[in-house]
Design a protein around this ligand. Structure first.
Ligand code: C2O
Ligand code: CU
Ligand code: CU
Length: 396
């Protein structure tokens, strides 16, 4: 059982007995070995969301194995830049339940380029895994999905209800991961203070961008600096979700001196992908369970992509959004959004692995795979994914 801060011990599912699971850290160039044992009562497999690895290490649905079995041995090199990724289960039709009951964690990659920026670190660098949750009368985590997506009544941040953090007078680096099943958040600070946005799914942006509101859908990550140097002892300000009007984290000033930091510009360099000017492929997210009219079939390969070749993909929807579109095996660049919100946002620049597709929208990306492998792409609203809004593909 887990102490989620509600006054009761809650039953749930944890990696190494923790909700969220331990924050893993590695550096670019490291070789990572991990052993996974299945102590659940259902099949499972762990996927390293955002990690560029081959199929035996990706943890896709075809690798799910039975309760009581293991270890499944992962052994892969880190071949990408600094970023914060996400690990979570990926067994077909069971992902939503297992994630909702607590199986998820952050995986931070570091590199020399990021180190040189001297970003806030130690106590001043805080991963925030944000999600919603429901509880039964005994206070146990409860998964009660709807086909339109799980809706939780409570905010759970780093596995804690009513999360609070004491902050010193200085800058903090918050590495936020949207780990909900289906809920989309519009983050803002309660007093309207700014976020200095420095990174997202695939690591640093080219330069910091000042924003006051950030939309995050399941699977997306953002990296922001928030300056609390004006907070006196006992002063409070919170990170809120504008949609639900929830306080996600309440910050209280300690009055102690902190780390004063202003992000340098440029932060990093990102080479724009160049590729075809018309879509190589179109993916229509149909209903609540199909892509291009087809439900996921674990034994059917839906398409093959040439390795080391930039393609332009177009995502469209017939409704039932939000559909956070996630692709395994590569980061991509979002090049346009037409219809609906009809704009790209600062948190969609740089390298992405998940992009939010709302009703009426058409989103184009440029994508290039570097590892010949077998992957999936899917809607990251986990209830849609579990019902079949997922496709198998091969990179060859
Ligand atoms: Cu977050 Cu297919 O994954
Ligand atoms: Cu993934
Ligand atoms: Cu969807």
């Amino acid at each position: 059982t887990f102490d989620l801060g509600g006054g009761n011990m809650s039953s749930g599912l944890g990696y190494n007995g923790q909700i969220p699971g331990p924050t893993l850290q590695a550096r670019t160039g490291d070789q990572v070995t991990i052993e996974l044992y299945n102590g659940l009562t259902q099949p499972t497999i762990t996927h390293w969301h955002g990690m560029i690895v081959d199929d035996v290490n990706d943890g896709g649905p075809e690798l799910a194995f039975d309760p009581g079995k293991g270890p499944y041995r992962y052994d892969f090199p880190i071949v990408q830049r600094a970023a914060m990724n996400w690990y979570h289960p990926h067994p077909h039709m069971l992902t939503g339940e297992q994630v909702n009951l607590g199986l998820a964690g952050a995986f931070i990659i570091r590199d020399d380029e990021e180190d040189m920026l001297n970003l806030p670190s130690g106590n001043y660098e805080v991963p925030l895994v944000i999600r919603d949750a429901n509880f039964d009368k005994q206070g146990n985590l409860k998964y009660n999905p709807r086909s339109s997506g799980f809706v939780g009544k409570h905010a759970l941040v780093n596995g804690t209800l009513d999360a609070k953090l004491d902050v010193d007078s200085g800058s903090y680096r918050f590495r936020v991961l949207c780990g909900s099943n289906a809920r989309v958040f519009d983050l803002m600070m309660s007093d309207g203070r700014q976020f200095s946005l420095i990174g997202n799914d695939g690591g640093l942006l080219t330069s910091p961008v000042t924003v006051y509101q950030i939309t995050m859908s399941p699977g997306e990550r953002i990296d922001v600096l928030v300056d609390f140097s004006d907070l006196g002892p006992g002063d409070k300000v919170s990170l809120q979700d504008e949609r639900s009007e929830w306080d996600l984290v309440e910050f209280e000033g300690t009055g102690a001196a902190g780390y004063n930091y202003t992000a340098a510009s440029p932060l990093s360099s990102i080479t724009p992908l160049t590729g075809p000017s018309t879509p190589t492929r179109t993916f229509s997210f149909d209903g609540m369970n199909r892509i291009n009219g087809q439900e996921y079939d674990i034994n059917r390969i839906d398409f093959t992509v040439p390795v080391d070749t930039t393609e332009r993909w177009l995502f469209t929807t017939g409704g039932n959004a939000p559909h956070p579109v996630h692709v395994h095996g590569a980061y991509y660049q979002v090049v346009s959004r037409k219809g609906g919100r009809n704009a790209l946002y600062p948190w969609e620049m740089g390298w992405k692995d998940t992009v939010l597709l709302e009703d009426q929208e058409e989103v184009e990306i440029l994508i290039r795979f570097s590892i010949p492998s077998h992957y999936v792409m899917h809607c990251h609203k986990l209830e849609h994914e579990d019902m079949g809004m997922m496709a198998n593909f091969v990179v060859a």
